[in-house]
Design a protein around this ligand. Structure first.
Ligand code: NAD
Length: 442
């Protein structure tokens, strides 16, 4: 089947490459001409494990083509997947401009029945409004399906190829039938399909992300309590996770959740409820609690080092999680920003995200380095903000050697506190350091 995917971003490009790998011929369209030109040459616009190989393979096989000519992609395709960005336009209201603009462009070139599939995350009621917007600009027949995407950056291909479930929101049997054909590969894997109306499909996405954000926030609050009580958050999380009603996933303490989804989607859920006059105090509190963690980390560092002005801190990890170079709403970047505001010098290193971080944050006292050891040279403290595998087995004695001071803030609990102390570090973790090393400092 010929398909089009609009928006060659972190979702759209993965969707296009995977649908092509299912055997469809996919037109990947983006309105940024330079991005399309790079893709045609085989250059990926971001880092996602396995994506380059998958895209190249399907491009070579003639199943994946790129274009900045949206009308030609739309005319050829039976179904058009919309994966344009819906960034926070302020106060939890996503910017739906790109989606509605793409809708107008599609409407103007619709010449036969097509299925328009909304993959972007959009507030409840958007699909219905968007449908009317397109309808008002075309005489051609079409159906809209809400098909929210649940892939996680860093494991996006596997998530798309082997999803936990597929949500299809539509009242059109014809459209659902076409989507079932497109996703036949997933049917063979016995992937559960949940067929609902638009509004329910839209809300499932927000409910899922808000629930995941709640789990992360909950264990982060327990970590803070462990720091005050001397309890060990890892033992707490493990024991909680063994309870089958809770499960072990998303119970790892850290510097707070980030990325382009959980922060934006939790804010939107709360804003949506407010707009409808519903009170959701839990949803309201999640972003608030999450935002409090980075300032707490900076304050802990300050208690150890004294005033941060004139101090040098090595920051290891800048992406919001490992296996991606995405720094959107990364707690690591916020941590760096706050250190710089406090007058510290920051020497940063990330295995993949140095470039992305430099695009988002420039400062005379901020430098980027190619290795953790170089970043730590002359530093008063080192802080691990992202749990890249590269940071899990560093020779801590070697890391400590070029440093001026010996503070290690392990915001991801990558290291065993005793091991870090044995290597000469004054160690602070998340919810497990006080017992061993932090009691005296309070
Ligand atoms: P992104 O910003 O990485 O990509 C969006 C792309 O759309 C860009 O390449 C942009 O140039 C293109 N675009 C915008 N308007 C266009 C138009 N009119 N015509 C053609 N191209 C256009 O965004 P993303 O991270 O891929 O997210 C896309 C959507 O998927 C968002 O709604 C997001 O919330 C949702 N989502 C993201 C993830 C994730 O992990 N990133 C996971 C699930 C869902």
């Amino acid at each position: 089947m010929e398909l089009a995917v609009i928006g060659m971003g972190r979702v759209g490009l993965v969707v296009a490459a995977c649908l092509a790998d299912f055997g469809h011929h996919v037109w990947g369209a983006d309105n940024v001409t330079s991005k399309v030109a790079d893709l045609e040459k085989g250059t990926m616009p971001f880092y996602e494990p396995g994506l380059e190989e998958l895209a190249h393979k399907n491009q070579r096989a003639g199943r994946l083509s790129y274009t900045d000519d949206l009308p030609s992609a739309v005319r050829r395709a039976s179904a058009i997947f919309l994966a344009v960005g819906t960034e926070d336009g302020g106060e939890g209201k996503p910017n739906l401009g790109p989606l509605f603009q793409a809708g107008e462009e599609i409407a103007h070139c619709l010449d036969a029945y097509k299925v328009l599939v909304i993959k972007s995350t959009v507030p409840v009621g958007t699909a219905a409004r968007w449908r009317s917007h397109v309808q008002a600009r075309t005489r051609a027949a079409f159906d809209v399906v809400s098909n929210p995407e649940f892939l996680r950056e860093g494991a996006a291909i596997d998530n798309f190829m082997r999803p936990d479930r597929v949500i299809l929101g539509s009242t059109s049997e014809k459209a659902i039938h076409l989507l079932r054909e497109i996703y036949q590969h997933l049917y063979l894997l016995e992937t559960p399909f949940v067929i609902v109306d638009h509004e329910t499909a839209e809300l499932i996405k927000y409910a899922t992300n808000a629930f995941l954000a709640t789990k992360v926030t909950f264990i982060n609050e327990m970590a803070t309590l462990c720091e005050a009580t001397g309890a060990d958050v890892h033992a707490v999380a493990r024991a909680m996770g063994l309870d089958k009603r809770i499960g072990p996933k998303f119970l790892h303490p850290g510097p707070g959740f980030g990325g382009s989804c959980l922060p934006k989607d939790t804010r939107t859920l709360a804003e949506m409820a407010r707009g409808l006059g519903c009170s959701l105090p839990l949803a309201e509190s999640i972003p608030q609690s999450n935002r409090a963690i980075v300032p707490q980390l900076v304050a802990r560092l300050e208690r150890k080092l004294g005033a941060l002005r004139g101090k040098t801190v090595a920051v290891l990890g800048l992406s919001y999680k490992p296996f991606t170079d995405d720094v959107r709403e990364s707690p690591a970047l916020e941590f760096v920003r706050r250190l710089l505001e406090a007058g510290a010098t920051v020497r940063a290193h990330d295995p993949q995200a140095n470039q992305e971080a430099a695009r988002n944050l420039t400062h005379a006292s901020l430098s980027f380095h190619d290795s953790p050891f170089v970043a730590c040279s002359g530093a008063d403290a080192a802080a691990i903000l992202t749990e890249w595998n590269e940071f899990r087995s560093l020779d801590l004695k070697e890391l400590r050697r070029p440093m001026k001071g010996g503070v290690l803030l392990d915001a991801r609990n990558v290291y065993d506190p005793d091991e870090a102390v044995a290597a000469g570090f004054d160690y602070m973790g998340r919810g497990r350091a006080p017992r061993r090393t932090e009691c005296a400092a309070g």
